[in-house]
Design a protein around this ligand. Structure first.
Ligand code: 13P
Length: 286
């Protein structure tokens, strides 16, 4: 069933696990994610960035996910990832998304508060959950093979600002910047657990960890123990989809039928989703 995630976050917080938020660009990836979550009896979040939503069409993404969720026993959330404007949020909510991330982290603190408050009022009125962002999570969901990982100090979440932001905006979940970055780089990220602890002492809300690709497993597990209930994963799925299809073309270079070569991409995505769901501890939590 398609659900608002607020209760799922509370349950995850109590149970000490996190829910995977997996980005999708097409129906093959969406189906692979949902089918794997069903097999593992795990709640799951399907998410699209603004780009992913525009490329497929918000109404089409929502229709696919609603149809897949209709016959499903697990809770499925459809989430807008990094919505940058009220208009993007409205498009997602009208299409039937059950959760939105309003990312005002490029704005000043006060502008971010005002935009997030407006989105929260509108979204809550429509029974849609809201994620806010304080600090800024940089990088693009891609394989930055030779690039060094650089996170500017000013982009890290300040515990005091996070407290003020949550009091003023009343968001349901907060995206924090603690050394995480979107994409995979030449070196592994190092999460700042001291900062996470300081944020947790001041903010009684569930937290989301963006940039879930490429963070070493032990760090992800520790972050979940410390209050992360949602982990976003995109780059690893994108790479798996591409590599699965490339491998298929190595085996059958003359294949032209999409429904014959696309399943190889979906199977590769499915394997990554399984690893992540097991790592996040949400097996049998549906
Ligand atoms: P990765 O691409 O690093 O997995 O990050 C995804 C993400 O955080 C989407 O918001």
């Amino acid at each position: 069933m398609l659900v608002n995630p607020v209760k799922l976050f509370k349950k995850a917080q109590k149970g000490g696990y996190a829910i995977g938020a997996f980005n999708t660009s097409n129906v093959e990836i969406t189906k692979a994610i949902i089918e794997k979550a069903e097999e593992l009896k795990s709640p799951v979040i399907i998410e699209t960035s603004e780009g992913e939503m525009e490329s497929a069409g918000a109404n089409i993404v929502a229709a696919e996910v609603k149809e897949l969720a209709r016959g499903s026993k697990i809770p499925i959330v459809l989430h807008l990832d990094h919505g940058k404007s009220f208009e993007a949020v409205r498009e997602a909510v009208r299409a039937g998304y059950t959760s939105v991330h309003i990312d005002g982290s490029d704005l000043t603190f006060n502008e971010n508060v005002e935009l997030t408050k407006a989105v929260r009022e509108y979204a809550h009125y429509n029974d849609v959950a809201v994620e806010g962002e304080i600090g800024h999570i940089s990088g693009k969901s891609a394989h930055h093979k030779d690039e060094r990982l650089v996170i500017e100090k000013k982009n890290l979440t300040s515990p005091k600002k996070a407290e003020e932001f949550v009091v003023k905006t009343k968001v349901d979940i907060l995206a924090i910047s603690i050394g995480n970055i979107h994409g995979i780089y030449a070196e592994d990220p190092k999460l700042d657990f001291k900062r996470l602890l300081e944020i947790r002492e001041l903010v009684r809300k569930p937290f989301s960890l963006h940039g879930g690709s490429g963070i070493p497993k032990n760090q992800v597990m520790r972050a979940i123990e410390m209050g992360i209930v949602k982990v976003n994963v995109n780059t690893e799925l994108r790479m798996a989809f591409k590599e699965g299809i490339m491998h298929e073309f190595d085996l059958h270079p003359d294949e032209v039928v999409p429904y014959k070569y696309l399943p190889a991409g979906a199977e590769a995505v499915s394997r990554v989703v399984e690893q992540k769901i097991r790592l996040f501890g949400s097996v049998d939590k549906a």
